[in-house]
Design a protein around this ligand. Structure first.
Ligand code: ZN
Length: 291
C-alpha cells in the first residue's frame, strides 16, 4: 500500500518494444505498474510522463534502458541512448527529458545492468558475491554486478557481441549482426534463429539440432564469463530462454566446455531469473537515487 508520508520512487524499464512504468517505495514495494508500447521518442516519453503525473509526485526516478547508452557522468551526453538501429531513438536524451519534466534526481543504466542489480539483491543472486544477467531475445545483452555495483568501463559491456567458436553443424549461416555478422547475437538471438530455421526455437521440435547449436553458443558466453570474471551466478532470461529444456542444455554444455577446470567449482551457477518478469522493473527502481 502507498504510504503518503514515505517518498515515492518512479521506475522505467525502457525496452525496444514496450516501456514498463512503476511507482513504489522500494524495488520490492511496487504498487502500481503500467505498460505502454515503444513508439517514437516524443510520443513515448510524453505518454510515460503523463502516467507519472497522474500518480502522487515522485521524489526520484530510475531508468533502465535499452542501449547503447552513455553512462559517463562527465559526458554531456550522459543519459542519452546513443547510436541505436531503432528508428528515431539515436541520440535521444531520455534522462534529460525526465529531469526537465520532473526536476527530481535520476538514475540511469542499461536494462540488463538494472536486471542484474535486482537479481543480485533480491532474486537468483541472493547470497552470491557476483552475478551476470544475460537476456536472449530480439538481441543478446548482459549486465555484470560485483559487490553490489554494476560493472562499467569506458561504457557498458556488450556481451552479446563476443565471437563464439562455430558449431560443426552451423558453418554455412552468415549471421545477422549488422556490425559483426556471426557474433553471438548474430547467431543465437531470436531473429537469428528464425533467419536460419523459420520458426522460433520453442516452435521447433525438441530433437531439432537448433536446440543443441543455440545451447552451445550460449554456453560459450557462460564459459567466457566464468573464465574472464569468475562470476558466481549467471542468470539467463529473455524470450528465447523460455524454450523448454534450453537452460538445462546450456548448463550441461557449459560444464562440458569447462569440465572441472575452473577453481570456483560448484559455486558457479547458471539459473533462471528469480524475479521472473519483474527483474527489469525492480532494477529500474533500484537505480532511483535515494538518500
Ligand atoms: Zn555483433
Amino acid at each position: 500500500m502507498s504510504q503518503p508520508d514515505k517518498p515515492l520512487l518512479g521506475g522505467i524499464e525502457a525496452g525496444g518494444t514496450k516501456f514498463v512504468l512503476a511507482v513504489g517505495h522500494s524495488p520490492t514495494e511496487i504498487f502500481k505498474r503500467h505498460e505502454i508500447p515503444t513508439r517514437d521518442p516524443a510520443t513515448t516519453l510524453a505518454e510515460a510522463s503523463e502516467w507519472f503525473e497522474s500518480q502522487r509526485p515522485i521524489s526520484a526516478l530510475g531508468i533502465a534502458s535499452f542501449g547503447p547508452v552513455d553512462l559517463d557522468g562527465s559526458s554531456p551526453r550522459w543519459g542519452h541512448i546513443t547510436n541505436t538501429p531503432k528508428p528515431g531513438w539515436s541520440n535521444c536524451d531520455v534522462a534529460g527529458y525526465f529531469t526537465k519534466r520532473f526536476g527530481v534526481p535520476i538514475g540511469f543504466d542499461t536494462d540488463v545492468n538494472g536486471a542484474a542489480l535486482a537479481e543480485y539483491q533480491y532474486g537468483a543472486g541472493k547470497g552470491a558475491s557476483s552475478l551476470a544477467y544475460i537476456t536472449v531475445g530480439t538481441g543478446i545483452g548482459g549486465g555484470l554486478v560485483f559487490d553490489g555495483q554494476a560493472v562499467h568501463g569506458a561504457a557498458h559491456p556488450e556481451m552479446g557481441h563476443i565471437f563464439p567458436r562455430r558449431h560443426g553443424d552451423d558453418r554455412e549461416f552468415k549471421g545477422i549482426c549488422p556490425h559483426h555478422s556471426d557474433c553471438l547475437e548474430g547467431l543465437a538471438s531470436g531473429p537469428a534463429i528464425k533467419a536460419r530455421w523459420g520458426p522460433s526455437l520453442s516452435e521447433l521440435p525438441a530433437d531439432h539440432k537448433a536446440h543443441e547449436i543455440i545451447a552451445d553458443y550460449l554456453a560459450q558466453l557462460a564459459h567466457s564469463l566464468i573464465a574472464m570474471t569468475a562470476v558466481e551466478t549467471i542468470v539467463f532470461g529473455g524470450g528465447v530462454m523460455k524454450t523448454a529444456g534450453l537452460l538445462e542444455r546450456v548448463n550441461h554444455r557449459t560444464s562440458e566446455l569447462g569440465a572441472t577446470y575452473f577453481p570456483g567449482g560448484s559455486k558457479h551457477k547458471i539459473v533462471s531469473p528469480g524475479l521472473g518478469q519483474n527483474a527489469g522493473l525492480a532494477g529500474a527502481l533500484m537505480l532511483a537515487p535515494s538518500d
